[in-house]
Design a protein. Structure first.
Length: 369
């Protein structure tokens, strides 16, 4: 039987406790940060990527892409975009800029596309010329076609000549363990032509599959110290995870999870660890609904440096996940309820932080000193 402890305080102890709590959340703490909304509102922004020193690209889930000047807030709407499947969680989702592609920056867009018998998570590349996307090419379409409007995944990262894309289980959880399905996976392909012939085909998986056993991974970041790719994902009711993904590894969903069913009760047999599956390096119960994340490696906020910043949709916060010897040890909740449902987060060269709120009247916000 579980026993809940009820804490009682003497009046003088309670007084000092209140003073301590007030000091932590007092204006003197918040005044150490400055906040600014950039430009006007956007409708359900989903992904943000640095394009140049003064500009970012931003997606709206409904199908729009904007180039936004972060100094004056002006924006340019980009033309010639792919048609998207804008149902429930689907739409124009992540955007990524290849910073090593020269003066004409190559960009990548992850989106949900309409296909026969449903929709698919898709990846398109192209270049920007003025306000138009040119040289468009579809690099990849996931084969886990579904009529559902959930769990597209759709977060991107580039490492060398390869691009990584997360794909959710689309609500068909057991496909996350199917070696021939892209459901519940992170795929790795050549960033120019989409090929996968040079990848290790292990475990008899399809060659583009890098990892399996994910539910709905919506955060991805490259550790600048180790070049490892870290991925976060939504669990069901509890069981959100952070994983360091490695080629050919299986991260367990739906066989292994710290979450439970939305309606209550165990997922499967309620197993949280099992030989043959990778344990998460960090998890949340209850769920925080994690999305974008970044390793902070600048100097503006020394208290953040060397740690991981994770956006939370559910608790409308940023989670500072503190690292020691390269692994998470504890966390702090920052800026709760200040910006709304935080979907994505980026850092700029000067160390300031950009985040976007996924709301009907969402926006870009800058945190700086």
């Amino acid at each position: 039987m579980q026993v809940q402890k009820i804490l009682c305080f003497k009046p003088i102890t309670l007084f000092f406790l209140i003073i301590s709590v007030f000091s932590f959340f007092s204006p003197s703490f918040s005044q150490d940060f400055k906040f600014k909304k950039i430009g006007k509102s956007f409708s359900h922004p989903w992904g943000i990527a640095v394009y140049s020193d003064d500009e970012v690209l931003l997606t709206e889930r409904g199908g729009n892409l904007f180039k936004v000047n972060i100094k004056n807030g002006s924006k340019i709407k980009i033309k010639n975009l792919p048609k998207v499947f804008n149902v429930r969680q689907g739409g124009l989702l992540d955007v990524l800029v290849d910073q090593n592609s020269g003066s004409k920056r190559t960009i990548y867009i992850c989106y949900s596309s309409k296909v026969a018998n449903g929709s698919s998570t898709s990846l398109l590349t192209g270049e920007l010329e003025g306000n138009e996307l040119i040289k468009k090419k579809v690099l990849f379409k996931a084969n886990n076609v579904s009529e559902s409007g959930v769990h597209f995944g759709c977060r991107l990262a580039i490492l060398g000549d390869e691009i990584f894309m997360s794909i959710g289980d689309r609500g068909n959880r057991f496909e996350a363990q199917d070696k021939n399905s892209h459901a519940g996976s992170v795929i790795r392909i050549n960033k120019v032509n989409g090929s996968s012939q040079n990848l290790n085909n292990i475990n008899s998986w399809s060659p583009e599959l890098f990892t399996k056993g994910h539910r709905n991974p919506q955060g991805m970041a490259i550790n600048p110290t180790t070049n490892e790719i870290w991925v976060n994902e939504h669990g069901p009711k509890g069981g959100d995870e952070i994983n360091i993904i490695k080629l050919g590894k299986n991260y367990g969903w739906p066989i292994v999870t710290f979450g439970e069913e939305y309606w209550g009760g165990k997922v499967g047999q309620g197993i949280t660890t099992l030989k043959g599956f990778e344990d998460p390096i960090w998890y949340w119960v209850p769920s925080i609904a994690p999305s974008g994340m970044t390793f902070y490696d600048k100097n503006m906020f020394p208290e953040f440096k060397g740690n991981l910043l994770v956006s939370s949709l559910k608790f409308k916060s940023i989670y500072l996940v503190e690292l020691k010897d390269g692994m998470p040890t504890k966390e702090k909740v920052l800026f709760k309820n200040r910006f709304g449902r935080i979907r994505d987060i980026e850092q700029l060269k000067d160390g300031s932080i950009l985040l976007i709120s996924d709301e009907k009247k969402g926006g870009i916000y800058k945190i700086y000193r």
